[in-house]
Design a protein around this ligand. Structure first.
Ligand code: ADP
Ligand code: MG
Length: 233
């Protein structure tokens, strides 16, 4: 069963049709890159996938959990409890990392697993330390985000991974970074790909998309114009 499936998603903002029937299915362990011109609907698609926006029509499911089904040409969303379950299945990393500035790095990573997932603090902290190490941020756990010269995006990735998502979405994770920091973040994402983390990555980094992806999807004008192996697309 697919980890993630969106079918025939449509979304308009007023008269502007941004998604015109987008379908995407992601299997366990797959890495899918989404590329395409600015304004093509990539962020809107990710925002619909991660329940930050509602689709006008189309269906959305994570494994067996249905977030939205379609009835009379309209998306009908599941109830609060079912959507809460769905939210546990994905993680999201934005261009702007949105760390809490008044929390230490460790607290940024551990806060949701402890206070939302109600997991054991000691266990979560131990896992967080291992994640920070993996992100190349060993020894930074007690720093505040502003004290990291760069590296915030890697904290954001650690924070998303701490929730143990089944699939991780990235929306242009490097577009706010300089080349050096971009390289570090891309290396981290590549190491996750090597471990077969299921990921959907919106990116402008074409050589990276080619190297890391099983599939590349080209989204333009609210439709998937082409998709296939990196060589094909
Ligand atoms: P991309 O991420 O591919 O650059 P977006 O999904 O951000 O594209 O935007 C697609 C189109 O939808 C753009 O024309 C954008 O201005 C418009 N748009 C996105 N979000 C909103 C919104 N909340 N309200 C109105 N228009 C929006
Ligand atoms: Mg965008």
């Amino acid at each position: 069963m697919a980890v993630f499936e969106m079918r025939n998603a449509r979304k308009a903002f007023g008269l502007l049709e941004v998604l015109k029937g987008v379908s995407l299915k992601v299997e366990k362990g797959e890495v899918v890159s989404i590329i395409g011109p600015s304004g093509g609907g990539k962020s809107t698609m990710l925002r619909c996938a991660t329940l930050l926006e509602t689709m006008d029509s189309g269906t959305l499911a994570y494994g067996e959990n249905v977030a939205a089904r379609e009835e009379n040409g309209k998306s009908v969303y599941a109830g609060k409890a079912a959507l809460a379950q769905v939210r546990r299945q994905f993680g999201l990393v934005f261009q702007q990392f949105d760390l809490f500035p008044h929390y230490t790095v460790l607290k940024n990573v551990c806060d949701a697993p402890i206070s939302v997932q109600k997991r054991d603090r000691a266990e979560v902290e131990a896992e967080a330390m291992a994640l920070l190490d993996k992100m190349g941020l060993k020894g930074k756990e007690n720093a505040y985000p502003y004290q990291l010269s760069g590296g915030q995006q890697r904290v954001a990735i650690a924070r998303a991974l701490a929730m143990k998502p089944e699939i991780l979405f990235f929306d242009e994770p490097t577009s706010a970074l300089d080349p050096l920091l971009t390289g570090e973040v891309l290396r981290v994402i590549r190491s996750l790909a090597d471990e077969h983390m299921t990921m959907v990555i919106v990116t402008h980094e074409m050589p990276f998309a080619r190297a890391v992806s099983d599939r590349v999807v080209f989204l333009d004008g609210g439709v998937i114009v082409e998709q296939g192996s990196p060589e094909q697309v």
